[in-house]
Design a protein around this ligand. Structure first.
Ligand code: NZQ
Ligand code: ZN
Length: 387
């Protein structure tokens, strides 16, 4: 662990099905005015909304509702929510949903008491909040993003087609608590389930494929990836397999709660390109990542064959061989087979038209933590190879 780091994750996790009791316990610590934020109806249909609402009512909370928070939440929706929460004098924000609802709630929490332009301040300037932040908690219904235990918030500006993530370092923006009940995820469609699984898997890859020194984070990352592979193969055959779904849920949280980022720089270019695709097309987050991953990793593999060889052997169980390149490529082959077994999109067909590539390239933030810093031409090359 040759790099310095700070590890401080303040989010308390309640894992399992005792949702009502744990939620009551936590909410008793906060003020009367609770804003309940949720998505476009899944929680109403499957009854989770009623369970949570009942807890709030029993505690005699005043409740304001912000509903219809869409996947890839927009700036316009955030502006509407800020108005509602300000008028209501919110004491607490309760996010009920997946990554989109959690991300939205964090942006809301940091914006309610901010007088200026919060898009410019947090997403363009990437500043930290200088105002009071309203505390928030999450009841998670979809796993993958890790938003339930991190400071990340991704918002899409529909006007400019920019989808930008702000990873808040300020611990006040992290959820005070998150309730992860794997049973709540059982009503997800297979499409959402596998895209969430791939999102979590890719979060681990993004952190794993950076730096060269020996460090604990990479060993933990390999274990998490192996757990996701085993559990996902079970879940795709039987989506009601609680053991598999609960392992997917916890591995997803650990994949992006900063644990395996300790002492690592992180690549994050699949996410940067995927986010740019999302801004232009509104594609599902996990799908925008899976569609470009194989082309991306094939492109960067030559810049660190030994790490891709390690990935092949330790994660995919590929046999060792004197030919390092062959072993490394076999790792990506195994990954491709797994992605196909899950039914993930492995190219951009139906997601991005070739005519939009220039716009995606223009909107991609280029980071330099991975094994190869890409330029605009290389990003375009990866996208073309993903078509
Ligand atoms: O809106 P509703 O009706 O609730 O339906 C949602 C939505 O259509 C549905 N869903 C959620 N729970 C369900 C369910 N359907 C049936 N049963 C349930 N239990 O699933 C759909 C997708 O939900 P969403 O929250 O959009 O998915 P996800 O959790 O993948 O979140 C995606 C957002 O998170 C951002 C992404 O960019 C995207 O905007 N990310 C956030 C990160 C972070 N905070 O660290 C990191 C990620 O890399 C990612 O960028
Ligand atoms: Zn992601």
């Amino acid at each position: 662990m040759i790099n310095n780091f700070i590890f401080h994750n303040p989010t308390k996790i309640y894992f399992g099905d005792e949702v009502k009791a744990n939620l009551s316990l936590e909410l008793a610590n906060y003020g009367k005015n609770v804003v309940l934020v949720y998505g476009c109806g899944s929680v109403v249909k499957n009854g989770i909304f009623d369970e949570v609402n009942e807890v709030l009512k029993k505690l005699d909370k005043n409740i304001a509702y912000i509903d219809n928070v869409m996947p890839n939440p927009t700036l316009k929706k955030l502006e509407e929510g800020v108005k509602i929460a300000r008028a209501f004098k919110a004491d607490f924000i309760l996010a009920l949903g997946g990554g989109s609802v959690c991300d939205y709630s964090k942006a809301l929490a940091a914006s309610i008491n901010y007088d200026g332009d919060f898009w410019q301040e947090y997403f363009i300037n990437q500043s930290e909040p200088k105002c009071d932040v309203v505390p928030l908690g999450c009841v998670l219904t979809m796993c993958g993003t890790g938003s339930e235990m991190n400071g990340g918030s991704v918002i899409t500006n529909e006007q400019t087609h920019q989808k930008i993530g702000k990873v808040f370092q300020d611990r006040r923006v992290f959820p005070k608590f998150s309730i992860i009940n794997p049973k709540y995820t059982l009503t997800l469609s297979k499409y959402q389930m596998v895209n969430g699984i791939y999102d979590a898997f890719n979060h681990i890859c993004e952190q794993y494929f950076s730096d060269d020194f020996d460090n604990v984070s990479d060993y933990v990352a390999e274990g998490l990836m192996r757990s996701i592979i085993v559990a996902s193969k079970k879940a795709i055959k039987n989506p009601n397999d609680y053991e598999a779904r609960s392992n997917i849920a916890w591995a997803s949280t650990l994949a992006l709660n900063t644990l395996i980022h300790c002492a690592k720089s992180g690549d994050w270019m699949v996410h940067m390109i995927g986010q740019a695709i999302g801004g232009v097309t509104n594609a599902t987050h996990g799908e925008s990542l899976s569609a470009i991953s194989l082309a991306y990793y094939e492109y960067i593999l030559p810049y660190n064959v030994s790490k891709f060889k390690r990935f092949a052997i330790n994660v995919w169980g590929v046999s060792d061989d004197e030919d390092d390149l062959k072993v490394a490529l076999n790792g990506l082959k195994a990954m491709r087979e797994w992605m196909c077994e899950l039914g993930l999109s492995i190219n951009l067909k139906g997601i991005l038209d070739e005519s939009l590539i220039d716009e995606v390239v223009k909107n991609t933030f280029i980071l330099n933590g991975g094994y190869k810093e890409l330029d605009a031409n290389e990003i375009a090359f990866v996208l073309k190879n993903s078509l």
